[in-house]
Design a protein around this ligand. Sequence first.
Ligand SMILES: Cc1ncc(COP(=O)(O)O)c(C=O)c1O
Length: 396
Amino acid sequence: MGHLKERYLQYDEPQKIMAAGIYPYFRAIESEQDTVVKINGKNVLMFGSNSYLGLSNHSQIKEAAKQAIDKYGTSCAGSRFLNGTLDIHLKLEEKLARLVGKDAAICYSTGFQVNIGVVSALCGRNDYLLLDSLDHASIIEGSRLSFSKVLKFEHNDMSSLETKLKLCEPDKIKLIVVDGIFSMEGDIVRLPEIVELAQKYNASIMVDDAHALGVIGKNGRGTASHFNLTDKVDLIMGTFSKSFASLGGFIAGDAPVINYLKHNSRSLIFSASMTPASVASVSTAIDIMISEPERIQHLWELTHYAQKAFKEAGIDTGKSETPIIPLFIRDDIKALQVTRILLDNGIFVNPVISPAVPKEDSLIRFSLMATHTFDQLDIAVDKIIAAFRQLDIIQR
Ligand SMILES: Cc1ncc(COP(=O)(O)O)c(C=O)c1O
């Protein structure tokens, strides 16, 4: 047996959890990503999706995807840099730049690729990347690929950020990279204070709006729009895999920066471009987001209702202010047990346990879609409260 197989034969953590009957990953869904999904032939209420606007199975978006396949085929068979640029890629980039109020934008094939390709490319050996400790894994990976100095500050803690800024040499690039809405905790970045600090220390700002587009800001335009600070943010990043019912991502900013990325960002240049169907889906999803503001309004009504119900039941929802609601359990095994009990009772939620978060922060990530009904929400809340009581996470 080679060393490779020998080493990984010893890796049996997932098998132990499977043996305990509480393995929660790779659950196969046999239907569309909707508020109700089919798992093992059974209908399950979906409260673990990132489809915040509920557009993943919208008939108009499906039709647009089909038409794009008919016209352009299923793949571009190459990178944007060489043979993989379509006219619809360019049109989508213009639309995205207008949407977020920036000069220019460029699309990558996933949001993860945007972050690794942008964060790694922009800062050189003597520059600084300043990251929130709860930034998404793709930002961390980007910083690992960069030659610059990486300084992490405490989550949403402005005095910690200022301490790190003071360590930086004044004449070097200092790029502060933050999530707009933090993906597990559901809190919003303190952008106004970050902008003040950035101005004081001559730093630049990149906001990852993966979870903010379609959720906050004017017509869902994201974090900078939410705070009316679009001009003060240098780079806005977004994914298409959440509110925009597709797959891919973009970075938007000043034209010279986007021009540099187009010619130097390796995950853009050395990876195939977004498929025609994905491009058409995003474009149509944006049109629907703008023309149907009632979706976002309903999402927020559900959010306020759910936050209130969980808090009244004594469930710790942390600092969430958005449709991402963490239900803190603070015990890995109980988080897996709750997930299992809920699935058996027809509710899909995601457990977040160590090492993704420290053991004492393990949680259930409950997330809402604009297409949920209040009846569906009531059913889920009741079952969650019952499961939390059953396992003594909250008192009866
Ligand atoms: C904050 C954040 N940034 C980036 C990504 C990566 O996006 P994608 O799934 O489109 O690769 C995610 C996905 O989970 C995310 O949550």
